[in-house]
Design a protein around this ligand. Structure first.
Ligand SMILES: [Ca+2]
Length: 271
């Protein structure tokens, strides 16, 4: 009698458990993972069984949709506010007890897992970095679900002069020829990685590129779509003297100082 009663009960229980597990995996598209170390403002190492073979991997993770100033020189120069971005990121992860929720979206070309990240109490780390002026938006079409939030957060950082925008009203306006002649790292007193207003006369303008004799300013198609409704109208700056706010990089092809533009408030006509 006991077995007759328990049989259906067990089946119902198992079904209930399977249903709950199924609902969880539908609801929780990501995973809760341990953070092993913080590399910089937008990269960490985590313990995560991404191939689901039961053994967690120690892998690097790059945040989606954001780009923080470099802490160390690599493909980009070391950048102003790289240390602040790193410390801010570290603090968020420390406050979360080195346990975070990730929403992964594949890998980048360096083998880093790409993800949106949340702290234990639900803070959206990618967005917090932008909101505090410690990251610039770096959008990709296939992971653009939070781009509007990132755009608003970037405006909030600008409007409140946070992080990199704390320099917006005080950063020097420097002629591009002077910048070009001093392209050593800002830590050695040069302009590379430094946040300034780059001033130049526009000799060439196309849809996504503004150019002078000693300067080049580019916008990615994705940020042009997000911040300029697809067209920054660079042609209207032709034969004008402009200033552009941002971090100085070096254009590899011709050695010109370069700024990657993101938003309208980073470009102004002087005359
Ligand atoms: Ca594994």
């Amino acid at each position: 009698m006991v077995f007759i009663k328990r049989g259906p009960y067990l089946i119902v229980s198992l079904l209930a458990i399977l249903f709950v597990l199924g609902a969880c995996s539908l609801y929780l598209t990501g995973a809760t993972v341990s953070v092993l170390s913080i590399t910089d403002g937008d990269t960490i190492r985590i313990l995560y069984d991404y191939d689901r073979d039961g053994y967690p991997e120690n892998i690097p993770l790059r945040y989606i949709g954001v780009d923080t100033p470099e802490l160390h020189e690599n493909s980009k120069p070391m950048g102003e506010f790289g240390e602040e971005a790193y410390q801010f990121n570290k603090q968020l992860i420390e406050d979360s007890g080195y346990v975070i929720r990730i929403e992964p979206h594949g890998f980048d070309s360096f083998g880093r897992i790409l993800a949106f990240l949340y702290t234990e109490n639900g803070k959206f780390i990618n967005e917090e970095l932008i909101r505090n002026g410690l990251a610039r938006p770096l959008t990709y079409e296939n992971t653009a679900q939070h781009s509007m939030d990132f755009k608003e957060a970037y405006y909030e950082a600008y409007n409140n002069r946070r992080g990199i925008f704390s320099l917006y009203d005080t950063a020097p306006v420097v002629d591009a020829s002077e910048v070009r002649n001093d392209l050593k790292s800002f830590v050695d007193g040069g302009y590379l990685g430094k946040i300034i207003w780059l001033k130049f006369y526009v000799t060439d303008a196309s849809k996504y590129i503004l150019e002078g004799n000693d300067a080049i300013v580019e916008i990615r198609k994705e940020e042009a779509n997000l911040f300029f409704d697809g067209d920054p109208e660079f042609e209207s700056y032709l034969h004008k003297t402009v200033k552009v706010f941002g971090e100085i990089w070096e254009n590899k092809e011709d050695g010109k100082p370069k700024i990657l533009l993101r938003a309208p408030f980073e470009l102004k006509i002087i005359n």
